[in-house]
Design a protein around this ligand. Structure first.
Ligand code: ADP
Length: 549
């Protein structure tokens, strides 16, 4: 803007200068012209008097600066102060002569061939009818300009220099308040009222932009808040696989902390599955794949982003599916175990019934075989019941509402129920503690208490003992069962809670175990919000403690 104002001022000054110059030259030229004509008029009057008095002698003897020509009535040159009159042609057709003959005086101007010179003529008619003509050279306008060129150039240069300095100063002065203007609170009104509409427009735009910026910021913050709290990893990439945006989740999942915007997405993971997914999405096809990273399993979804029908990038979503996959694996294992566990008693029932059916069995042996069928069916029923309990716990429903339960009383009843089992092996079961009421689901609490005490008897030694505690310890509701049984080897201690896991399978089967008891206990405890711990030593015994905090 400063440059434009500067240039405009200079342009204006130069144009003004040229116009003034032409104007002044015109006035000067006109002035000189009039001066010359009046000079010629005076000289002609003087010559008229002289010629009338002394005739041609006067002309011969005078010393005039200008040329004097005496012309007869018919145009014949009688005398000329510069040229021999005889050599001059008839002047009857000259304009100034004709005018003087007619009006008493006349004037005219003629240019030389080069236009550089102009001759001014003034003619005066004498009383005898002859005409005296004075002529003088005058500079043409060009010649006048040429004669004044040096001072003119000097003045021109000076004026141009002054104009440049002034233009520089002025343009800066004009632009300064505009540059220093505060758009939000412009106090330019007084100096530049003309700029106010523009300022108002800018101010409106400014407010609009600010509003849009706030909106954008808010959206970005919302987006960040959502994505940063996502468990899933989230990356946006462009068509060159460069990262445009990502969330904290991605850093946590891949345990990388130096991802930068503009990095290649392959710096995060270089596996083939990852590369295939990304490349497929950038070709416009949704990619899906599984990644294994640091012992974890991630599911990757790569969705292409389209704009006007063209792929502009891709959005990658990475979900940790380790738990889900493990659960799937457990479910598969469980199904296959269930089938196996069901098959064993069913096969023996089928076999026995077939032998009886074929009449091979002696009638004396039938009660024995019937007892086997009864036992195997009992096993099947226990197994199916345990499976139902577990699946109920998995679903977390079907046990009814919470209600006050006295766990001391519940333990007492269980011990009574299991009394014959304990007596069979001469095992002493002792209960300590006190009446302890807790909000619980009776069916689940009973199942836990029953399974733990039953195991303590089942896996005990002849004449062993079981100590049951149900009450409060350190302010927490506690249920503890300690036995003097066979104990669990260290290698198995963490696995006894797995479904169908048994330390000694044949022993467990012999005593009617399904391998689901402790799984039900573990699930039940976590379902009721308790904590479970186990301590065991082979041949010394096992202690299981459940605390409700
Ligand atoms: P099971 O129906 O076979 O008893 P559980 O899930 O109740 O199944 O127990 C799993 C395994 O843990 C048992 O087979 C047994 O080997 C071991 N176990 C459980 N309780 C005890 C205990 N009190 N003492 C020693 N071993 C035990």
């Amino acid at each position: 803007m400063t440059k434009k104002i500067f240039r405009s001022i200079i342009f204006g000054s130069v144009i003004t200068l040229i116009v003034s110059f032409v104007f002044i030259m015109g006035i000067l030229y006109e002035y000189f012209n009039n001066q010359l004509l009046s000079e010629l008029r005076n000289e002609a009057t003087l010559a008229e008097l002289g010629v009338e008095e002394y005739g041609v002698d006067y002309l011969e003897n005078i010393d005039l600066e200008n040329r004097v020509t005496w012309i007869d009535k018919d145009g014949t040159v009688l005398y000329d102060t510069t040229v021999d009159a005889a050599k001059l042609e008839n002047h009857a057709d000259r304009e100034e002569f004709k005018e003087a003959v007619e009006n008493g005086s006349g004037s005219s101007q003629r240019y030389s061939d080069t236009l550089a010179e102009k001759i001014v003529y003034y003619a005066l008619k004498l009383d005898d009818g002859t005409v005296i003509r004075i002529s003088s050279e005058q500079y043409s306008a060009w010649a006048l300009i040429a004669s004044m060129l040096d001072p003119l150039i000097f003045v021109f240069v000076i004026i141009v220099i002054i104009s440049i300095l002034l233009a520089n100063l002025l343009s800066k002065k004009i632009v300064k308040p505009l540059n220093e203007m505060n758009i939000e609170n412009p106090d330019i009104d007084a100096n530049y009222p003309e700029v106010m509409p523009l300022v108002k427009k800018i101010r409106k735009q400014h407010i609009l932009i600010e509003r849009q910026m706030t909106e954008l910021k808010k959206n970005e913050e919302e987006f960040r808040a959502i994505t940063s709290n996502m468990q899933e990893g989230f990356i946006i990439i462009d068509t060159k696989t460069l990262v445009l945006s990502f969330n904290n989740g991605i850093e946590k999942l891949f345990d990388v902390h130096d991802i930068k915007i503009g990095d290649s997405v392959f710096t995060i993971d270089r596996s083939e599955a990852f590369r295939d997914c990304v490349e497929s999405s950038l070709k416009g096809k949704r990619g899906e794949g599984q990644l294994k990273y640091n012992g974890k399993i991630y599911q990757l979804y790569a969705n292409p982003v389209f704009e006007d029908g063209n792929v502009r990038g891709s959005v990658l979503l990475i979900v940790d599916v380790t738990e889900k996959e493990k659960r799937e694996e457990l479910r598969r294992e469980f199904t296959s175990n269930v089938s196996h566990e069901l098959k064993t008693p069913l096969t023996s029932i089928f076999g026995i019934s077939e032998i009886i059916m074929n009449g091979i069995v002696k009638s004396d042996d039938i009660p024995k075989f019937a007892k086997d069928i009864h036992n195997e069916s009992g096993r099947l029923i226990t197994l199916v019941n345990d499976i139902i309990k577990l699946s109920k716990l998995d679903e977390g429903a079907g046990f009814g509402d919470k209600q006050p339960v006295d766990i001391f009383k519940m333990a007492q009843d269980t011990i009574t129920r299991l009394d014959s089992m304990a007596q069979e092996r001469n095992i002493t079961v002792k209960l300590t503690g006190e009446k302890t009421i807790m909000e619980s689901i009776p069916a689940v609490a009973d199942e836990i208490i029953h399974n733990v005490i039953e195991n303590a008897i089942k896996y005990n030694k002849e004449n062993g003992s079981v100590d049951v505690f149900a009450g409060k310890e350190n302010g927490w509701i506690t249920f503890r069962v300690k036995d003097t049984g066979i104990g669990i080897p260290d290698a198995d201690i963490n696995r006894v809670f797995e479904r169908f896991y048994r330390v000694d399978k044949s022993h467990s089967r012999k005593i009617g175990g399904t391998g689901l008891g402790l799984s039900i206990v573990k699930h039940g405890v976590s379902f009721l919000g308790g904590e479970l711990s186990i301590k065991s030593k082979v041949n010394e015994g096992t202690t299981i403690t459940i605390v409700f905090k």
